[in-house]
Design a protein around this ligand. Sequence first.
Ligand code: ADP
Ligand code: MG
Length: 731
Amino acid sequence: MNRSTARHDAIAAVISWNAEDHRLAHDAERAEDLFGRDVFSERVMRQRLPKEVFRAVQRTMRRGEPLDPSIADTVANAMKDWALENGATHYSHWFQPLTGTTAEKHDAFIAPDGQGGAIVEFSGEQLVQGEPDASSFPSGGVRATFEARGYTAWDATSPVFLLRGANTVTLCIPTAFVSWKGDSLDYKTPLLRSIDALSHQALRILRIFGAAGDVVRVTPTVGPEQEYFLIDRNFFFARPDLLTCDRSLFGAKPAKDQQLEDHYFGAIPARILAFMAEAERELYALGVPVRTRHNEVSPGQFEIAPIFEHCNVAADHQMVLMEALTRIAPRYGLHCIMHEKPFAGVNGSGKHNNWSMSTDTGVNLLDPRDDTHTNMQFLVFLCAVIRAVDRHADLLRASVAGAGNDHRLGANEAPPAIVSIYLGEMLTDIVNQLEQGSSTGTKKGGRMDLGARSLPQIPRHSGDRNRTSPFAFTGNKFEFRAVGASQSIAWPNTVLNTIVAESLDELATELEEAVGQDPTPAKLQGAVRAALKRIVKEHRRVLFDGDGYTEEWRKEAEARGLPHARETVEALAALKTKKAADLFKRYSVLTRTELEARAAIFLERYIKQVTIEANVMISMARRQILPAALRHQRELGEAVAACDAAGVESPAARNELEVFVQLVERLQRTIEALGTRVDRHGSDLRRHAEQVRDEVRPAMADLREVVDELERRVADDLWPLPTYREMLFVK
Ligand code: ADP
Ligand code: MG
């Protein structure tokens, strides 16, 4: 009998993979010529639009000014011509519903002319507004299905691009997605509103410092680093859990995983590198400025990072990037896994969200080296962030909550679920001086600031690094590391922008009142010192430079009164507070209804995800594991019987059989136990989520334990699933 399995065939296929077969046809094209080729960029617009029209669009793109509707037809026409010249046949309003993915519905540019022929058409109206049937997208009750209409509205601040597929080129128009009444049904709308709020408040601060000058707008900048796994596609299809949940629900730990730390920054395997190169080229064409690639900590894990961009564009590009990796991997026989914890026991995948604020004149407001006018101004922005993060740590935590991230946050290789800020030795020292109200100079021998003598000068390089902090200052930006790998960055950034806007608002009000109509430097200095001193005093508890993975920190954080939501259900409670509702309402980011809808949708998603996982587990355990175990048991039984028949003592075989039979009994019991728990329902959403957390998840863990033990015992040629060793190391 040939007992070679699909697993063994997959391994053979991987071994025969040859980089030469995959050389790109367009290899010769230079990356700089490729960059932005598929984007309806400012450069293209400048060439194709009348001057006044171009200027009007540019004002919208750069300054977020409302789009003049009278120019829409002209823009649409130029866009259409450009798209058709590039082979496009369809256009699509591309949006980000609350499913967490992107949505697109394609419409052809051509329409019948009524005389048996067809004409090409694309009007300003079609560009500016679309009307997808929205009834199947989550609305959390905002939009009852009887009024299923929602509409999409062009976001002119994010560039239009061409999506190329086999036989298709589609013009993609980034849009916001709202209900007929105007409630946001997506991630983009509140993000745009939060950017406006932040800009408005930051400008007030700049004006106080007399630094507003030509600045019209302040935008958050974001550079998200994306971690992901790649496994051979054959393994992927042989694992129902990966196929359905993007996560392995079973799998015994291999003898070797990441303990030798030989994968991180190691030589990139040939096939992976070939894939990366093609993905990068497609992303270049789409104007996504990807820059960095490397192996990550776990075997089979990699990272790709772009250069930072304006928050809204970065968020759109991040979705494009995830989509591109997923789409291109199969061309190399690979499957790209974006899940936060696809493999237990090895590193999970996150998305480091590098965040700062920049003026439209190019000044990074969190860069002490940049032309931030005076160090005083830098410290104002820095302290505003500190207060925001401390006051709304619960919201930040909630913004990254999800079934996938539960396996990651607080586990030992990921940022802890307690939100704290790492400043580094030097800034901590400066902040301490602020609190004491005296400044004795900086730790590293810098000198006193000229502009504001009472505040210390911040030297150029603070090279400190801390890998365990969820929110670290890294020289000229903050890095929020708790974002999950599969998550859209739009929501965490919406929260971040809003909470910082609030903090800046309070500071601006306080300073405006203190300095009055004639702000002398002395007055301003005194007011800033007083304000920052109070902020540091009140919020220093959120500052922590130590090892965030330790038990001592957990205790210490508790003593400091920092919130610590260990998992999703607890974390999402932050969205139900009055504090959250007031915040989002005050800055017109989310209405109460919109916030409530999100709280409901996130809980619902959690319940659905875990329930699907539980059902996949049950099905795999019954239809793959149990049959394999019974076959193995029969073989053991036959071995014992053969010994008996031959009159030979076989204590080892007999013992193995006994132990194994017990294990199979346990398997059946745990399958049944999980089955009963999955079928139970809580009376309302929150109860149901709690029941999933408290009953279903532990039962899943029990079942996994038994199955993983079986994997260690069942004959290799009987085991139906690709193993961790195979999935992580065969590439
Ligand atoms: P690492 O954190 O791995 O040392 P870098 O510090 O070079 O790497 O940057 C990581 C990411 O942070 C990159 O995507 C980079 O573009 C982004 N970044 C750098 N400066 C800023 C900024 N001012 N605002 C937002 N993101 C930034
Ligand atoms: Mg980084």
